[in-house]
Design a binder for this molecule. Structure first.
Ligand code: SF4
Ligand code: SF4
Length: 391
């Protein structure tokens, strides 16, 4: 997906309606015009969460967030990106590896098992977030039918697409495709919206013959339920809202039906926040590392919306959103759940549900590692033809 300069009327709607930039219409018009002309960094980019909300509201479907992404990508290629953000097994001390280190020995052994591929037409594709951040989520009989695969070695390379663009994603994506083809995989059942975006949207568009089907875990549960293979006998009698993840904005809108239908199936009362579905608010995670205050403001906006509709619980299908918003939700007396935990409760399991403890433990560990070794923050890498180089 690219910014379409030919269709952009420089009306400024995208930037004036951005929930976070707080620009007047004249400022918005001036900014979009300057961004188009200069194709270089401007101060407002610091306050852009990269959420793609503006793509949805642009009246000419010109993809304005892609213009900002294009400028950011240029900078990442030139100056590199912090190794913390690079989810690759060759790069030491990346964020996911630190999360792995933060787990106890038993969990680390469990995570190592998710890296070992076995042949199967269908797999639970845990991505990186579930194994490294919240491995307890994979401990359920709901996930016993198929092999579970995840971890750095099996990463979808969404971060390559997000930070370095289509060309590099094509190189890494081809490796990904070959790896899963060799395992006879026809369908990956995803737990992360970025993996889902890559498998359903990005790879079919940029890799010839990419034919692995993607299905998110909620769609999988719904299908099994309608086939009579799942019995959600315990109804969830709570008012539950769902935090729609940003990467879904690039997918078919049908994806938004899944969590709502599923929550109804398990007996929850579905309540919608003011910003919902393709117009949902970003959780604040992507911007929080570079602009802490803005990240906090965005996270608070989300939870204020959930509070204003008297939600008992907020559910997620993204471990990044879960990590970011759980502490804010808890403080507002709203229980945060990964949506599969609600499925566990509905079949009569008791999920381990130590989301807040796990979040704190990981945060503290990362903080300590970074304070002990500040070089972690300074080391930057770039990529060329799929190979990482330190800058
Ligand atoms: S990208 Fe769309 S909303 Fe933004 S200025 Fe251009 S036409 Fe208007
Ligand atoms: S990508 Fe999101 S944060 Fe950035 S300008 Fe668009 S709406 Fe605003």
């Amino acid at each position: 997906m690219k910014f379409n300069e030919a269709t952009c009327e420089e009306c400024g709607v995208c930037l004036v309606q951005c929930p976070f930039l707080e620009l007047s219409i004249d400022q918005a018009k001036e900014e979009i015009s300057q961004l188009i002309k200069s194709r270089s960094y401007r101060k407002i980019i610091k306050n852009c969460a990269g959420c793609a909300y503006c793509n949805v509201i642009c009246p000419t479907q010109s993809n304005p967030s892609e213009l900002i992404r294009e400028i950011r990508l240029k900078g990442f290629h030139e100056r590199g990106i912090s190794k913390l953000a690079l989810i690759n097994e060759e790069i030491p001390d990346n964020l996911m590896y630190l999360c792995f280190e933060a787990q106890n020995e038993e969990k680390r052994r469990e995570i190592e098992n998710y890296k070992i591929p076995s042949k199967s037409n269908e797999m639970f594709y845990l991505g990186c977030g579930v194994p490294y951040l919240y491995p307890d989520l994979a401990q359920t009989k709901l996930l016993e039918d198929l092999p579970k695969l995840g971890g750095l070695e099996n990463c979808c390379n969404g971060y390559v697409y997000n930070f370095f663009g289509e060309e590099e994603a094509k190189v890494k994506g081809t490796e990904f495709f070959e790896r899963f083809k060799a395992l006879d995989v026809k369908k990956l059942i995803t737990f992360c919206p970025d993996c889902e975006k890559m498998i359903k949207g990005v790879y079919p568009a940029i890799i010839n013959g990419f034919n692995i089907e993607g299905q998110n875990i909620v769609e999988y549960f719904i299908e099994k339920y309608h086939r009579g293979e799942l019995n959600f006998k315990n109804k969830i009698n709570q008012r539950v809202t769902f935090q729609d993840p940003c990467p879904w904005r690039s997918l078919d809108k049908k994806v938004y039906n899944g969590p709502r239908e599923f929550l109804e199936i398990i007996g929850a009362e579905v309540v919608e926040m003011k910003h919902t579905k393709e117009k949902s608010l970003c959780c604040g995670a992507p911007i929080a590392t570079v602009n802490r205050d803005l990240g906090k403001k965005i996270s608070k906006m989300n939870i204020a919306e959930a509070k204003s509709i008297d939600a008992d619980a907020i559910s997620f299908l993204c471990s990044g959103c879960l990590f970011r918003l759980s502490p804010f939700a808890k403080r507002a007396d709203i229980e945060p759940y990964y949506i599969t935990e609600l499925a566990q409760m509905a079949i009569g399991e008791k999920p381990i549900h130590k989301i807040i403890d796990a979040t704190k433990k990981i945060e503290n560990y990362i903080l300590k590692r970074v304070m002990d070794n500040p070089r972690i923050l300074r080391e930057k890498y770039t990529i060329k033809n799929g190979k990482f180089n330190q800058v």
